[in-house]
Design a protein. Sequence first.
Length: 47
Amino acid sequence: RLHRARALVRKALDDQIGPVLLDAFPFAGRRCERLTSAVMRRLGLES
C-alpha cells in the first residue's frame, strides 16, 4: 500500500508542477556543453 500511495503522490505532484520545473531549469545548449567540458578538464577527466 505504501508504495502505491507514494507512486500516486509522485504522479499527482508531477502532473501539477512537472511543467513548471521544465521552465525553471532550461537546457542551455552550447553554454552547458562548455561548462561541462570545463568541469571535466578541471577534474582531469577530459577524454
